[in-house]
Write a protein that binds this ligand. Structure first.
Ligand SMILES: Nc1nc2c(c(=O)[nH]1)N[C@H]1C(S)=C(S)[C@@H](COP(=O)(O)O)O[C@H]1N2
Ligand SMILES: [Mo]
Length: 390
């Protein structure tokens, strides 16, 4: 806190300084506590983000596991929940420290250099953190204002945030320790009824809880009704959300044409099957979730042919990687990579039915891939070709 006396009459014209923005609620006591939870959220989002990125990598030195089937549902749900919680926390934290932008820089060269270095690292941290939250929310809203690949840039900036965050924590450790040694209620006396530090922190936790509840329902089924901000939470045919409809994917005529076949290819062997041929094969039923990278997820009962049974028709060796090709010719998700351990898992199906009814067109009719513990974006719809690649 500054001890400068404020002039009583006619303040001279001068640029604002830190003390002009002083407020009894600001200070390390509040910043450190909000910052701790913000740091926890960012670190959980980072780890779950690494998992999601790896799960979508075509070349995995260690194969991503197929179990537990609900694993990706939980990690990606946590990713979106912690990212959402970080929004109000970041706003309060920035509010609690922004007067520092107006602090008078030290005069001595050495101190000035340290100050500049620290401010530069904080600038990187703040810019990268805002970018992560904004780009993540935009991705959920399908509002693509950027020309770059969301996944690779969000991933790279995730490392940037984490590095800058760890540096920031290390530099601020003495301040954080001091802040925790000071009780929150050790407040300047406020006039009756005005907000004190405890009130500010409680309001912050409440805002965070509201943000979480408003989005978490997309992951936690019984929260669905309170999730007013949840995107696509249960609407869609057969009680399951739809991210891209058949119409949007431009597949309607090819998917319903009656000339549909599934080709299974390994080397120079090809087998061609109609939907009736597929229905004549042994049918299996599995309960597996669709877990979208956007955070929503929904469990469903799928019936169809085991992918391994299909690969056996062309004598594909065990642990064969498979290219899954959709009728969809535009967009990024028309072709996906199915690693060998997923292709061999007994629960991995080429689904023909959902909840006991023929698959709706928007869910991938005539046939769609469904595998355990696989990001939703790779659960390819309108599948027309399975091709062994290695
Ligand atoms: N061919 C194709 N398959 C696709 C997609 C797509 O755009 N094209 N979207 C994917 C995404 S992002 C998700 S979350 C799931 C959603 O499946 P659903 O619409 O049956 O719920 O399908 C996946 N399969
Ligand atoms: Mo998705």
């Amino acid at each position: 806190m500054s001890t400068t006396e404020r002039p009583r009459s006619r303040p001279p014209l001068r640029p604002p300084t830190e003390s002009d923005f002083s407020h009894r609620l600001r200070g390390a006591v509040v910043t450190a506590r909000v910052g701790t939870w913000l740091g926890v959220c960012f670190l959980i989002a980072f780890v779950t983000g690494l998992i999601s990125h790896y799960a979508q990598e075509p070349n995995q030195p260690i194969p991503f596991p197929t179990s537990p089937a609900w694993g990706y549902r939980v990690t990606q749900g946590l990713h979106i929940i912690t990212g959402t919680a970080a929004v109000p926390l970041l706003l309060v934290k920035l509010w609690s420290v922004y007067p520092k932008l107006f602090a008078v820089p030290p005069k001595r060269a050495r101190e000035l250099a340290i100050e500049v270095a620290e401010r530069a690292s904080i600038a990187v941290l703040v810019a990268a953190a805002i970018f992560q939250l904004v780009s993540g929310l935009q991705n959920i809203a399908h509002w693509y204002t950027w020309p770059f690949s969301f996944r690779s840039v969000h991933y790279a900036v995730g490392w940037l945030v984490t590095g800058a965050l760890l540096l920031h924590i290390a530099v601020k450790l003495p301040v954080i320790r001091g802040a925790y040694a000071t009780p929150v209620r050790d407040d300047e006396p406020a006039s009756p009824g005005s907000l004190d530090r405890r009130g500010l922190l409680r309001a912050t936790w409440a805002a965070t809880a509201v943000a979480v509840l408003a989005t978490a329902g997309t992951t936690v089924p019984w929260l669905r009704r309170v999730s007013v901000l949840g995107v696509r939470s249960g609407d869609g045919p057969q009680g399951l959300p739809v991210n891209r409809s058949a119409r949007a994917a431009g597949v309607t005529s090819r998917a319903t044409s009656g000339r549909y076949t599934l080709e299974v290819v390994a080397g120079d062997r090809t087998v061609s099957l109609t939907r009736d041929d597929l229905l004549a094969m042994t049918q299996r039923t599995e309960s597996l979730p669709i877990a979208c990278v956007e955070g929503w997820s929904a469990s469903a009962v799928w019936t169809g042919v085991r992918v391994r049974d299909l690969l056996d028709l062309v004598d594909a060796p065990r642990n064969s990687d498979v290219r899954v090709v959709s009728l969809q010719q535009r967009g990024a998700f028309g072709i996906t990579h199915l690693p060998g351990n997923f292709a061999d898992d007994d629960r991995t199906l080429l689904a023909l039915a959902l909840h006991g009814e023929p698959l709706a067109l928007d869910h991938g009719y005539p046939a769609r891939l469904i595998a355990p513990n696989r990001p939703g974006v790779l659960q390819t719809k309108w599948v027309t070709r399975l091709e062994v690649t290695a």
